[in-house]
Design a protein around this ligand. Structure first.
Ligand code: MUC
Ligand code: MG
Length: 374
């Protein structure tokens, strides 16, 4: 009889990498990103890697890089070390029982568990999840330099190099009037050549959103992401019912229960599904299924992860029948350096599913060491 493979050791390291330019969001301006990299060693000599990343310290959500790393090393690792490794579902239940909240921390560990299992089976995660239905997915780029002329220049470069033709504009930091002027200038410059969408990151009141949605619709913008506070389902439902422009939920979706409630409230046309925000790959798969069952569109979201988390998201999104709105797994392109041995491929407006087992990517050991905090 083969010995049972056990979880031997779980580590979590914070890596800090500068961004290629300031990334201006409604709640913060990013000049670097901090990733939590999880590595699991198993008793048969196999390994698994995972990533848990948020945005702007504690300004985006209620987990920070430090809290993610600490939840993993202090609570999750001691509880999982020594456990049988192959029943990932049982390990997810164990984590849920002992650690409340901390979705990103649990997601990072779960990712490494799936990665390890898939590698042992010599399968990709998409194969383990039933099979990929897409070899690549159209990938958006976020224009968020804070300056309209620079954003237009960036968009032109992305179109010319066939890297992106979906642009998401970060707004909500200025008045609605100023934001409409900014979006209008970019939409006019690339009219007929790109899809323009905006992400308000919860910054608008319902009154601002009524006005903003009408203005954006007139400018030919395709979609508005999370215009209102995450909890305001009734407000989102009003926008869905009264405007033709698509309304997408992002921060409102923290796992399958939110996905069900948002669908029941008809509070979105599209779900931005984020693996970390959903609480892991398995929960994110359920969020996708709820959107599909409710007839909503799917979009593969990002917490601006490096190649590890981005590849994991891609493995999941590739298994869905349709990703109508594409994805935004461009994280690795926003940073000054790459920590994968072989970077993800961005070509002809798509990000391509890597071929290897597990998440499909390997770390560059020197780079990982170089950017490790402390
Ligand atoms: C968000 O809210 O969607 C995704 C892309 C980007 O530029 O910021 C993130 C966060
Ligand atoms: Mg968003």
């Amino acid at each position: 009889m083969r010995p049972v493979t056990k979880i031997e050791k779980i580590t979590a390291d914070i890596l800090d990498i500068p961004t290629i330019r300031g990334h201006v969001l409604a709640m913060t301006t990013m000049t670097q990103q901090s990733f939590v990299l999880v590595r699991i060693q198993f008793s048969d000599g196999s390994c698994g890697i995972g990533e848990g990343t948020s945005i702007g310290g504690l300004s985006y959500g209620c987990e920070s890089p430090e809290s993610i790393a600490s939840a993993i090393t202090t609570y999750i690792a001691p509880m999982l070390q020594g456990q049988a490794a192959n029943n990932v579902n049982a390990l997810i239940t164990r984590m849920e029982k002992v650690v409340k909240g901390n979705f990103i921390a649990r997601s990072a560990v779960e990712m490494a568990l799936w990665d390890g299992l898939a590698r042992r089976l010599d399968l990709s995660i998409s194969a383990l999840f039933g099979g990929a239905q897409h070899a690549s997915i159209q990938v958006a780029w976020t224009l968020a330099s804070g300056d309209s002329a620079r954003d237009i220049e960036e968009a032109e470069e992305m179109l010319a190099t066939r890297r992106h033709r979906i642009f998401k504009l970060k707004i909500g930091n200025r008045s609605v009037e100023d934001d409409l002027a900014h979006v209008g200038a970019i939409a006019k410059a690339v009219a007929g050549r790109a899809s323009i969408r905006v992400d308000v990151n919860q910054a608008w009141s319902l009154q601002q959103a009524r006005w903003g949605a009408a203005g954006l619709q007139d400018l030919g913008v395709d979609l508005i992401e999370q215009p209102l506070a995450a909890h305001d389902r009734a407000g989102m439902a009003e926008l869905v019912a009264s405007h033709k422009i698509a309304i997408m939920a992002d921060e409102a979706l923290n796992g399958p229960k939110d996905a069900l409630a948002m669908a029941q409230a008809r509070a979105a046309d599209v779900y931005a599904v984020k693996v970390a925000q959903s609480g892991g790959l398995a929960a994110a798969r359920e969020v996708c299924a709820m959107a599909e069952a409710a007839g909503l569109g799917l979009y593969g979201g990002t917490m601006l992860e490096c190649g590890v988390g981005s590849a994991a998201g891609l493995q999941l999104f590739a298994t869905r029948k349709q990703m109508q709105w594409g994805c935004e797994l461009f994280g690795p392109l926003l940073f000054k350096d790459e920590i994968l041995a072989t970077p993800l491929v961005y070509r002809d407006f798509d990000v391509h599913l890597p071929a290897g087992p597990g998440i499909g990517v390997e770390l560059d050991a020197d780079k990982t060491k170089y950017y490790r905090r402390g």
